[in-house]
Design a protein around this ligand. Structure first.
Ligand SMILES: Nc1ncnc2c1ncn2[C@@H]1O[C@H](COP(=O)(O)OP(=O)(O)OP(=O)(O)O)[C@@H](O)[C@H]1O
Length: 550
């Protein structure tokens, strides 16, 4: 469509948003090349494509965060030009980012009106409007709830409500299900149906093809910056969609044979961390968990409570849990960015509890962090310097006492090649890579050091199905060689498929064990949200956890 030559429509159009001929170039990369996207009113339109295909760039253009080099945007048949998100919001475009942007210490009401009106003396009108929107779309949001008390799914609903409050008619949801358990995904999809029923449109970005096929009315596939086709969910299988996207079949995380040995690699005993305790030694998020950090009695809450387990050589131990139930603190304690208040950590028979992070890393602890931007990368540094991060003293980054830039650069080229990191070179900044490609770089770096113990937090978050298969293969290969893995993932298929043993964390405690061979994602989801499940073996309150960990 050439919107510049077509007059504004007079009759009400069925098209909410039309992007035509969008081209966007970055140095060395054409991120979008003549892309077309037409989103009808009252539909969920999925946007899928491999890592670096150009999805985020296209959405940043629609949301006014970036200017296209060529092409036009029309909203309700009228051509528009956005210089900022504020412009896009004015025209009814809203975006819910993958990383929520809510202020924890404020209420829902305050968060929703933040930025759109003065906080001082919020009128009854705002409260009424929130209630009205919440009721109309079945969001179930309580205006006076404190955001820090809300779980992930509720926070997401607040984000959705926030954009609706500002008058959004088209909502962009960037990988909204990445952090949700299956039951929460079903609830989100119910909310999306309510939005559709009111004539609103949703642009849904996801790498989870099964979900895309179940929620979308239409699908646009982009590949290497161009639109390669559209698909109708009723007539498409996940396999066909995967082929359109990345030219390969759908991978499965399933691990064929067991490689678990009886050689303990990591043994954690009675690990406890308090909310205010555990001196922080490095960059990590504030401790979060369900409920207040300070309990009613004035006692400091345990964010990790008497946790014990052993992982053996050749074993992947998965931990399932809704975000904020102690996973961050467990990872911090294991990698050494936070001290335990009590308990011990032994690595290959040696007590490493007092060891600093660097010593743990040098001894063979690999680390794929939860938050790649804050913990995994120096965003403004080139790729090859990111290759060195966390491994300053190790080959090929170092020769004796000296840094070896050439070694790091050569090895970065190898990782780029081997892990298919889509980049014009190793001198570009990590910030300029797409999210999935950043993840591939981190995984490549960590696996390159042949760790003996790997802390893998969401190792395939944001990566496409092709890269996912590759990362799973690497983890499986290393596991065959004796790697012990602690796998934390919100992707329950990944968790069930890759794990040899599975445990559920809730409110800082390991509360249940599950058999990966028989448990379903739904059962696991119930256990994660605290509901009882007949299929899981619940850990008795009084039972000595170390007995069952062995
Ligand atoms: N600010 C930037 N500077 C330079 N290159 C960029 C910038 N933003 C994006 N790119 C490049 O544009 C291409 C498209 O990236 P984009 O983030 O849009 O992909 P994506 O489809 O969203 O990928 P993913 O699924 O990994 O999130 C990539 O090659 C990326 O490296």
């Amino acid at each position: 469509m050439d919107a510049s030559s077509s007059p504004p429509l007079t009759a009400p159009s069925t098209v909410a948003v039309e992007l035509a001929g969008i081209t966007k170039r970055f140095p060395g990369v054409v991120a979008n090349h003549d892309i077309h996207l037409s989103v009808r009113k009252g539909t969920v339109h999925a946007l899928v494509g491999e890592n670096g295909a150009g999805k985020s760039t296209l959405m940043k253009i629609l949301y006014g965060m970036q200017k296209p080099d060529e092409g036009t945007i029309a909203v309700d048949g009228e051509q528009v030009s956005f210089s900022s998100p504020a412009d896009a919001i004015t025209r009814g475009i809203g975006m819910v980012h993958q990383h929520f942007m809510l202020a924890d210490n404020l209420t829902v009401l305050e968060n929703v009106v933040l930025g759109s009106e003065k906080l001082h003396g919020i009128g009854a009108g705002a409260r009424r409007k929130i209630k009205e929107i919440s009721d109309r779309y079945g969001l179930g949001v309580r205006p006076d709830a404190l955001v820090e008390d809300l779980g992930v799914a509720d926070r997401q609903r607040v984000e959705i409500l926030k954009v609706l409050f500002r008058g959004a008619r088209t909502l962009i949801l960037d990988e909204p299900t990445a952090v949700l358990v299956p039951q929460e995904v079903a609830a989100l999809f119910a909310n999306l149906r309510e939005l559709k029923a009111e004539g609103l449109s949703v642009i849904f970005i996801s790498h989870k093809l099964g979900e895309v096929l179940s929620v979308a009315d239409e699908i646009t596939v982009i590949r290497r910056g161009t639109t390669v086709g559209t698909a109708v969910p009723a007539e498409t299988t996940p396999r066909q969609l995967a082929e359109m996207m990345v030219g390969s079949e759908l991978p499965t995380p399933e691990t064929a044979e067991s490689t678990v040995t009886d050689q303990p690699v990591i043994t954690v005993e009675n690990l406890t961390v308090h909310a205010s305790g555990g001196a922080s030694l490095g960059p990590e998020a504030e401790p979060v968990g369900p409920g207040s950090l300070v309990e009613a009695a004035g006692e400091v809450k345990k964010v990790l409570d008497d946790v014990s387990f052993t992982i053996h050589a050749g074993e992947v131990m998965g931990i399932a849990g809704v975000e904020g139930n102690g996973q961050t603190e467990l990872i911090d304690a294991l990698i050494g960015t936070k001290n335990a208040d009590s308990g011990t950590i032994a690595f290959l028979g040696e007590d490493i509890t007092p060891w600093p992070t660097r010593k743990r890393r040098e001894s063979g602890v690999g680390y794929i962090p939860e938050d790649r931007h804050r913990q995994g990368l120096l965003l403004e540094a080139p790729l090859w310097e990111n290759r060195i991060l966390g491994h300053v003293t190790e080959a090929p980054n170092a020769k004796g006492f000296w840094l070896n830039p050439k070694g790091a650069q050569d090895d970065t080229r190898r990782i780029v090649e081997e892990y298919d990191v889509r980049t014009p070179g190793i001198d570009v900044t990590a910030a300029s890579l797409s999210g999935g490609n950043q993840q591939k770089l981190i995984v490549g770096r960590e696996m390159s050091h042949n760790p003996k113990f790997l802390i893998a937090a969401h190792p395939t978050r944001g990566v496409d199905v092709g890269a996912q298969a590759q990362i799973w293969d690497r983890i499986r290969e290393a596991r065959r060689e004796g790697l012990a893995v602690l796998l934390i993932s919100a992707d329950l298929d990944e968790l069930i498929g890759l794990s040899d043993t599975l445990r559920v964390i809730y409110d800082g405690r390991l509360v249940a064990d599950a058999d990966p061979a028989t448990v379903t994602p739904e059962e696991l989801g119930s256990a994660m949200t605290g509901a009882a499940s007949g299929h899981l073996e619940h850990v008795e309150e009084e039972a000595a956890p170390e007995d069952e960990a062995r």
